[in-house]
Ligand binder design. Structure first.
Ligand code: ADE
Length: 358
């Protein structure tokens, strides 16, 4: 029954596909970088990151050899930093095992770090025309609607079934275009937020959800687990033009990135000053800052903040803290967007905003 979508979908794609930087040249490295960036991030937001990343690291070798801080800096603002760490691991494997060339083999792609069924299918089909599916959230939405299926798309079994169904109908001569056409339809016609544009949809003729009037009810996603809440107190420690930052642990959330010093809990001025003195520093002024929150996939940080002005001293190395010129942070040290509300008090900008302002 799904077979009937192939022709109209490809014809529609030929006339309506957006011109995107990773579609002009389908080199596997470019396809890979774009597909990893596009997981969790919108096309418009990805574009400037993609261009800059490719300029700085034009091939697998340069990525494999890139120092970690530089790599995280290039990813700053995109979030989900393990994506780029895994990319570097995969790049090293491609250098060591495949002489720097991506293997044109689905199973081999799948075995690389950070490459799951979706990404292996996307790289395989787009760069090498391997007829394997690339089923992401867009595709799940489109197909749930075409089939009028109430199956929970967050379930692995539902996704696997969808992959099997797509695999049966992938056209051998245009595997990459077919996968991208399904994604594209989900991104610009069968949209996730707001009204689906059924009146211009090439699959309207066979869409069961449209026929039954249930497009808005699909796809079905069962409620996710609640996020853990964490209270934090974030400090902007100013010593003249310099600000205190520290490196996060190599494991766990935002591993290896730099951060403003912060303490667990929602602390008052006295507790903050006590901590600062324990660090061997001499505070002479403290100002409370507005609260802020940042939402990760499993945790939400609820933050309070303070600017603490310090007497100039020989800098101590306490709690990994070190003082650097604020401008230098902007150039060199990757700081996650979670701290954006407080980094503003350093008079620098991070990640996404850097692209927007320059
Ligand atoms: N989202 C994920 N992959 C994509 C692609 N190749 N083109 C547009 N949007 C996408």
């Amino acid at each position: 029954m799904l077979k009937q979508i192939v022709k109209p979908l490809l014809s529609w794609y030929d006339g309506h596909a957006r011109v995107l930087p990773w579609r002009e040249d389908r080199h596997p490295y470019r396809v890979w970088v774009s597909e990893i960036m596009l997981q969790q991030t919108r096309v418009e937001a990805v574009k400037p990151f993609f261009e800059r990343f490719l300029k700085a690291l034009p091939n697998v070798k340069s990525l494999a050899e890139c120092p970690e801080d530089e790599l995280l800096k290039l990813w700053e603002g995109l979030g989900y930093y393990n994506r780029v760490r895994n990319m570097q691991k995969a790049a090293r494997t491609v250098m060591e095992q495949y002489g720097g060339e991506f293997p044109a083999d689905y199973e081999k792609l799948l075995s690389l770090p950070g490459i799951g069924h979706y990404t292996a299918g996307a790289i395989g089909s787009i760069a090498f025309n391997i007829p394997m599916p690339a089923v992401d959230g867009n595709v799940l939405r489109v197909l749930s609607r075409v089939k009028a299926s109430y199956d929970d798309i967050l379930k692995q079994s539902v996704k696997s079934n969808m992959e099997k169904e797509v695999q049966k109908i992938i056209p051998a001569d245009r595997a990459g275009d077919f996968n991208q056409a399904l994604i594209e339809l989900g991104a610009i016609v069968c949209v996730p937020n707001g009204k689906a544009k059924c009146e211009i949809c090439p699959l309207a003729f066979c869409c069961m959800a449209r026929e039954k009037g249930i497009v808005d009810e699909l796809p079905k996603k069962k409620a996710k687990k609640e996020r853990r809440l964490e209270q934090k107190t974030v400090l902007v420690l100013r010593e003249g033009d310099r600000v205190g930052i520290r490196k996060r642990s190599a494991k766990g959330l935002l591993a290896g990135m730099y951060e403003l010093p912060n303490l667990e809990g929602c602390l008052g001025e006295d507790e903050v000053l006590e901590y600062v003195r324990e660090c061997g520093l001499s505070p002479f002024r403290i100002l409370p800052l507005a609260g802020a929150k940042h939402v990760f996939s499993h945790v939400e940080w609820q933050m309070t903040g303070y600017v603490v002005s310090l007497e100039e001293t020989e800098s101590m190395d306490h709690d990994g803290l070190f003082f650097i010129d604020a401008k230098e942070t902007e150039e060199k040290y990757p700081i996650p967007a979670a701290f954006a509300a407080y980094v503003r008090y350093m008079d620098i900008v991070l990640g996404q905003e850097r692209y927007e302002e320059r």
